[in-house]
Design a protein around this ligand. Sequence first.
Ligand SMILES: *Cc1c(COP(=O)(O)O)cnc(C)c1O
Length: 376
Amino acid sequence: MIKFNQIPYTGKEMEYIEQAVKSNKICGDGQFTKKCNAWIEQKTGTRKALLTTACSTALDMAAMLTEVGPGDEVILPSFTFVSTANAFVLRGATLVFVDIRPDTQNIDERLIEDAITDRTKVIAPVHYAGVGCEMDTIMEIAKRHGLKVVEDAAQGVMSTYKGRALGSIGDMGCYSFHETKNYSMGEGGALLIRDSETAEHAEIIREQGTDRSRFLRGQVDKYTWVDMGSSYLPSELNAAYLYAQLEEAEKINNDRLASWNRYYNKLSDLAAKGRIELPVIPEGCEHNAHMFYIKAADIDERDALIAHLKKNDIMAVFHYVPLHSSPAGRRFGRFCGEDRYTTDTFSRLLRLPMYYGLKAEEVDRVCETIEDFYSR
Ligand SMILES: *Cc1c(COP(=O)(O)O)cnc(C)c1O
């Protein structure tokens, strides 16, 4: 059987977990958490990176830091995971969904301005499949209207847009290290923060609303409760697992890209014949092969293809029931403009097996099974 996903494992994970245990520190912010934070800061050039318990909680923190509240509006795509929306709904904000582009499945930057009202506070672009949104345009719009930008870069670790790391371009960015992502700690994530004032505030929110970090650095002589917050620190055990993979990030990235390119080349004939659509990587975007997807002609063909792959022991999945058509999405938000591509993409897109260590023969077998489907 060819699995859809396989958890990443590079070899040093257990040794590092043992080190954490032997150092008698398995709660948050030990040596491995610090190493992971430093790795992210160095790799992305962001001012501050803080490991969190999930990308979802990094988004929750980011939403708190933007200080949105009831009556405020947040612009985001409907074609995304629920975490992007939940973070702002938890602050009482209203969601304004904007359509996506048919090439990258990212928010269509040309439609954002039409969605801006005098209540808009935040734009939350999502870098689908680790391919960058059109960030220059988004940042320019945000600047002109005085809005904050929170990047959902859950899928974008190791990807860049015009040379800049995804997650480091907006005011804040959020990474995921969930089991299904390129680099994993089981459950976990990170918050990336561009300016120092917000970074200090983020440390406070992350540690139960206390100024403990400042206290540990000797900047205040006692630590106390100064704001709202919660516990967003992951365990050192999880950070130890992650650090082993961050050390091997290039290797993992290259391995995934090799699989991605092999899929792309093998399936290009079918795409040239107009039977399927392949992902598009815009000029200036370096991606991380987070996923390989194709688009079938319609939902029936997509479902038949998933079934055909399954019959051949190959696991493929579809993605994202559009948020604006879900019960909570209808309750907490509205779609601005026309849904030309969001529901269409949900209906036609399927994701093929993709993970570190996927073999070339396996990619070939998936492609041959797809060709077989379309030859009938
Ligand atoms: C995976 C994912 C998340 C959630 O990540 P967790 O670490 O599981 O909380 C959020 N947004 C997007 C786009 C994702 O792909």
